[in-house]
Design a protein around this ligand. Structure first.
Ligand SMILES: [Zn+2]
Length: 279
């Protein structure tokens, strides 16, 4: 597929994909009843809704920056079937189409370390992006290394260990400027250490919203995933940032929408948030 980068000021931004998967619709919508979410997403015979993995490539000043590394590359057949994994398109394939090899990636920004976001860090026990520094919140790496019964299934140590062994994680404590125009901002709730990626350049704005807003169907404030460890924190963080993003007309990049990579918030006639597709 031919991918056209969009320009956000000085940054060339390309939406990539690392394939499709599916998760239980009830788990994806928390307290929202199926009669409400099902018309928005559809569902398969196992009650799952379609999702996609949408990492971003940012290019500026000769630097190549990945936001997220995609889905865990592995797992046995029953694990793959549980998530209906389909990898017709991959992150590496998309990069190759752009003439970019894994060794050309300078920097990786992790929103969080779940296997559907940081799963492409490694391949067969080796780092996949040998020259990249991996930026993550200190809290997130700590929690990934100290999972509890509720979080354990989301963190796969084989995605993280080779990066840790190489000393390639760079730990952040809260908001941080990565480069001029590129910063990370804590967006806790899904996990405590989740962060969003905020681009601001020459008056244009793009936010990679992480699992604060996984798909376009999740725009209404209380449509919060059952997977979130701190759902009320998610609600407060949404309330605070959605108001900003609406007012500023920020372009939002969605990590899991099966069709919509970029969107903008707007209000429906009842005053609820919804998303308008922007490519
Ligand atoms: Zn996710």
């Amino acid at each position: 597929m031919w991918r056209r980068p969009r320009q956000i000021g000085r940054f060339a931004v390309t939406s990539l994909t690392d394939g499709c998967f599916a998760l239980d619709g009830g788990a994806m919508f928390g307290t929202v009843p199926k009669t409400v979410w099902e018309p928005l997403t559809g569902s398969d015979a196992q009650n799952r809704i379609p999702l996609r993995i949408n990492p971003l490539l940012l290019e500026v000043d000769g630097l190549r920056i990945l936001v997220e590394t995609g889905f865990h590359d592995g797992g046995d057949r029953s694990w793959q079937e549980r998530f209906a994994v389909r990898r017709e398109e991959t992150l590496l394939g998309g990069l190759a189409e752009l003439g970019i090899a894994p060794a050309d990636i300078d920097l990786i920004v992790h929103t969080h370390l779940h296997f559907d976001h940081a799963g492409g860090n490694t391949q067969a026990g080796q780092r996949r992006f040998p020259k990249a520094r991996h930026l993550v919140q200190r809290q997130e790496l700590y929690d990934a290394n100290h999972p509890h019964e509720r979080s354990r299934a989301s963190y796969l140590q084989e995605d993280l260990e080779p990066v840790e062994r190489a000393g390639a994680f760079e730990l952040l404590d809260g908001e941080a400027e990565i480069l001029p125009g590129l910063r990370v901002v804590p967006l806790p709730g899904h996990t405590l250490g989740q962060q969003g990626v905020f681009l601001e350049s020459e008056g244009q704005q793009l936010v990679y919203v992480a699992d604060l807003l996984p798909t376009a169907a999740h725009a209404h404030l209380p449509y919060i995933m059952g997977y979130d460890l701190y759902p009320v924190t998610t609600l407060e963080v949404r309330r605070r940032w959605f108001a900003d993003w609406l007012e500023q007309g920020a372009l939002l990049a969605l990590p899991h929408d099966p069709e919509v990579a970029f969107a903008q918030l707007e209000l429906d006639p009842k005053g609820r948030y919804r998303l308008r597709r922007e490519g």
